[in-house]
Design a protein around this ligand. Structure first.
Ligand code: CP
Length: 310
């Protein structure tokens, strides 16, 4: 792959358009035309991929497991509670031990921003960031963009609104970087306490007015309130948040009729999204989840392939 020279994927902030397109096109190649099922393969046969998940996860962990198995790799998943981190072992020692056990790649989710970068400097194998604190969640950003492109075609010039808890969201950051690199117009919206104007310096439009945020959006990406990363209350109550910024039927009235709705999950029904909208045909939420397999296959394949050549 001429446009791919990285053995680790730590974030989307410094990825070029060519690199992002290489991942998306490789993911596309893993989806079989006939059945829309993931092609089986042996591209990573004999590889041992270790998932280190130090924070809870359903979608990301399972998708990385299926992706590794679909490529023929062996995959072992370790959670924080079930690891020797609970006995005082450091993340560095955990990583070195996992490498000594024959890991060919490490996928890590951790509450501390920068832990994947730290690991990439300690071990000699590819490190894939599966979400680090409020920093980045690159595989999620890529699968969101992959899903948007399935619906909208080229995202260049398309208007995408990310609505909700932007301040504490790694998903918002990865999407912002990836979408801007591909030429989309990104609006960040939500309460002023969760959407600081400083985000405009990154190239997004910021608004605290729901109607302004949604009127001409081609797609809206909702985010849940990330209580686990907030040490203070940023709005009076969840019901107040829902009234002001939740997506309900009356909000749909001022959105484009064909606007798509995305959410990285887990969704909080009745808070950021009305249940019937989450289940409606405007929702791409489960398409995002399914696409996560092919996108993660592409990431594992591309990063492992670079390492093979070193
Ligand atoms: N979107 C996402 O990261 O979901 P999980 O926490 O379930 O992996």
């Amino acid at each position: 792959m001429k446009n791919w020279k990285r053995s680790s994927l730590l974030g989307l902030e410094d990825l070029s358009k060519a690199e992002i397109m290489t991942i998306l096109e490789t993911a596309e190649s893993f989806i079989s035309q006939k059945s829309n099922r993931i092609s089986e393969g042996s591209l990573l046969k004999g590889y041992r991929i270790i998932n280190l998940f130090m924070e809870p996860s359903t979608r990301t962990r399972v998708a990385f497991e299926i992706a590794a198995k679909s490529l023929g790799a062996d995959v072992i998943s370790i959670t924080g509670e079930a690891s020797s981190l609970t006995k005082g072992e450091s993340l560095k020692d955990t990583a070195l031990n996992v490498q000594a056990l024959g890991a060919d790649a490490i996928v890590i989710r951790h509450s501390s921003p920068g832990s994947p970068l730290l690991l990439s400097k300690i071990v000699d194998v590819p490190v894939i960031n599966a979400g680090d604190g409020a920093h980045e969640h690159p595989s999620q950003g890529l699968l969101d963009i992959f899903t948007l492109r399935q619906k909208l075609g080229d995202v260049k010039g398309k208007k995408v609104t990310i609505l909700g808890d932007i301040l504490f969201s790694r998903v918002a950051r990865s999407n912002l970087f990836g979408l801007l690199t591909l030429g989309a117009q990104v609006t960040l919206a939500g309460p002023s306490t969760l959407v600081p104007l400083e985000f405009e310096e990154l190239g997004a439009k910021v608004t605290h007015n729901l109607q302004e945020a949604l009127t001409d959006a081609d797609a809206v990406m909702l985010l849940r309130i990330q209580h686990e990363r907030q040490s203070a209350t940023h709005f009076p109550s969840l019901s107040e948040y829902s009234k002001m910024f939740g997506l309900n039927k009356s909000v749909l009235d001022f959105m484009k009729k064909d606007a798509s709705i995305l959410h990285p999950g887990p969704i909080n029904r009745g808070v950021e999204i009305e249940s019937s909208i989450a289940d409606s045909d405007k929702s791409l939420i489960l398409d995002q989840v399914s696409n996560g397999i092919a996108v993660r296959m592409a990431i594992l394949y591309l990063c492992s392939n670079v390492r093979k050549k070193i």
